[in-house]
Design a protein around this ligand. Structure first.
Ligand SMILES: *[C@@H]1O[C@H](CO)[C@@H](O)[C@H](O)[C@H]1NC(C)=O
Ligand SMILES: *[C@@H]1O[C@H](CO)[C@@H](O)[C@H](O)[C@H]1NC(C)=O
Ligand SMILES: *[C@@H]1O[C@H](CO)[C@@H](O)[C@H](O)[C@H]1NC(C)=O
Length: 488
């Protein structure tokens, strides 16, 4: 059961990650969400059966066997109940929130309605979400809905469907633009472009799916980096490793090596091999997250265990994402804690949505301690990413794919106008593709991240790419996610 039953854009939600293209078209920011909320809850008497996902069919309002709790969500990540108990909360991109208080976890997407291309985001109320005791593989779930009390009017706002295509994507095709490729090769020395025959003549719809969707809408964008900087200074530079918060000092950062990669730890490669998400499925979020878990098993077992987890199982079975229409790494990590991951061999990748069968892969690997790097959405930065990557293992990250990225062949990628085209919205950065961060280094004096893509090994540097580090290139330092592996 997917929330996408509510007409998400039928378009190509590409896939790759994020909202703009897939996922749900709701768009809610921090200042539209924090404040006082009432949660209307059923009892925790539902099974967590992925096939019979009861919460999606249940409406705890009005007053059918519900109780209520009142919560106050504050900046940056603190929540209180009426008794003064303290908990934690985070936005999940602009889609929903997770609240953890009194040893219970609540997750819901924000409500929206849609008429044609006009979406009304109702950030002061949620669709029916899930709650349960904090823990791994918890069996009893309750359903809840949240309503923000005394919400200011800005919590409800109209916006254009962000994934609305301007051109006929089905009938227009991608051609490798040799002039552009030559210009990239000649005009700068940081990275090189090439023509990939596998992309030539593919419909723009295909390119959207593999690249995360919609081409950047320049009209919606303006340079207001200061907004983001102001938002970041609210937060301390913190990291989480093995579930523990840690404030990172300059010393911690200086102690990190100049160059590091999980693909080569004393000659050992501890990263799941490059895969190909294929044409028809916006499943990058499932690849990047499941490969984070697979790689982290390699890390903690020193390469003696080499599982590969199944993106198909996530696409088919997780009610926390939208199948081939997209999803989020945070919510796959939550799925790994609540439902576990299947092995690739049990549910091999098909690259299309299909039916989740009850008990189709009874052997599950569980994750735990999932979090945005830095602790919550908005707190991620280059320093805490380096720290968590080095001390914990590969991270699932997201960034914004622009057209020139398709032709990437080598070197340290930058999109020259990326910084100038940031959306001017506080505490939110647009991303559309999810990948796996595995290392960092410096090339000709330019600091870079080493990242694994899911477009096969013939693309980029054997399936990997380098992107400029430390300047939030294409928003790639805006939402890293990590989680520990609990059992495998
Ligand atoms: C979403 O919000 C609208 C406007 O308040 C409401 O009419 C609708 O019933 C809500 N949808 C769901 C599924 O809760
Ligand atoms: C650009 O540079 C790359 C890497 O050196 C090379 O493979 C490619 O053929 C070049 N392409 C063009 C059109 O110059
Ligand atoms: C990890 O495995 C490598 C290669 O087998 C070995 O050389 C190394 O000593 C192992 N490290 C640990 C900590 O066990």
């Amino acid at each position: 059961m997917k929330i996408s039953q509510v007409i998400i854009s039928t378009l190509l939600l590409c896939g790759l990650v994020v909202m703009v293209n897939g996922d749900i078209p709701v768009h809610c920011l921090f200042h539209q969400v924090f404040g006082d909320w009432t949660f209307y809850r059923t009892s925790t008497s539902f099974s967590n059966d992925v096939v019979h996902n009861t919460c999606a069919l249940t409406n705890p309002l009005p007053n059918v066997n519900v109780d209520t709790i009142k919560l106050r969500l504050l900046a940056p990540d603190v929540v209180y109940d009426e008794q003064g108990n303290e908990g934690f909360w985070t936005l999940i991109y602009d889609q929903g929130f997770e609240v953890v208080i009194n040893k219970q976890k609540y997750f819901a997407f924000f409500n929206y309605t849609q008429q044609g291309k006009v979406v009304t985001s109702n950030c002061g109320q949620t669709f029916t979400g899930w709650y349960h005791d904090a823990g791994i593989a918890v069996k009893k779930f309750g359903c809840f809905r949240g309503i923000r009390t005394g919400a200011p009017s800005e919590s409800t706002h109209e916006h254009e469907l962000m994934s609305a295509p301007k051109v006929d994507l089905k009938n227009k095709v991608f051609t490798n633009n040799m002039e552009k490729i030559n210009t990239i090769n000649k005009s700068q020395k940081m990275w090189q472009a090439t023509a990939y025959p596998q992309f030539e003549g593919k419909s723009l719809e295909f390119m959207r799916r593999i690249a995360g969707g919609r081409t950047a809408n320049k009209n919606r964008k303006a340079a207001l980096k200061a907004q983001k900087e102001r938002f970041q200074t609210i937060f301390q530079t913190q990291a989480r490793v093995n579930g523990n918060k840690k404030i990172i000092t300059e010393e911690d950062v200086n102690a990190l090596p100049k160059e590091f990669s999980w693909t080569n730890v004393n000659g050992m490669n501890l990263v799941v091999p490059v895969r190909n998400q294929g044409v028809f499925c916006g499943s990058c979020y499932a690849f990047s997250s499941s490969d984070m878990f697979g790689s982290r098993v390699r890390v903690i077992t020193n390469g003696t265990k080499t599982p590969v987890y199944s993106p198909q199982d996530i696409v088919e079975c997780s009610a926390y994402s939208q199948g081939c229409d997209g999803g989020f790494m945070y919510l796959v990590s939550k799925y790994a804690e609540d439902y576990g991951l299947a092995e690739e061999s049990c549910d091999p990748y098909k690259g299309v949505d299909s039916v989740c069968k009850k008990d189709q892969c009874p052997k599950r690997a569980y994750g735990t301690n999932y979090a945005y790097t830095g602790g919550f959405y908005g707190a991620t930065n280059a320093k805490n990413m380096m720290y968590e990557l080095y001390h914990g293992g590969p991270l699932a990250i997201a960034f914004e794919v622009y057209d020139d990225f398709f032709n990437y062949k080598g070197g340290v990628y930058t999109h020259s106008t990326a910084l100038k085209t940031k959306i001017a919205e506080p505490g939110w950065e647009e991303t559309n593709h999810a990948v796996l961060l595995v290392g960092w280094g410096e090339e000709n004096g330019v600091p870079y991240w080493l990242v694994k893509n899911s477009w096969g090994t013939s693309w980029g540097i054997n399936g990997f790419f380098k992107i400029k580090r430390g300047t939030d290139e294409c928003d790639c330092e805006s939402e890293a996610v990590s989680a520990d592996i609990y059992s495998y």
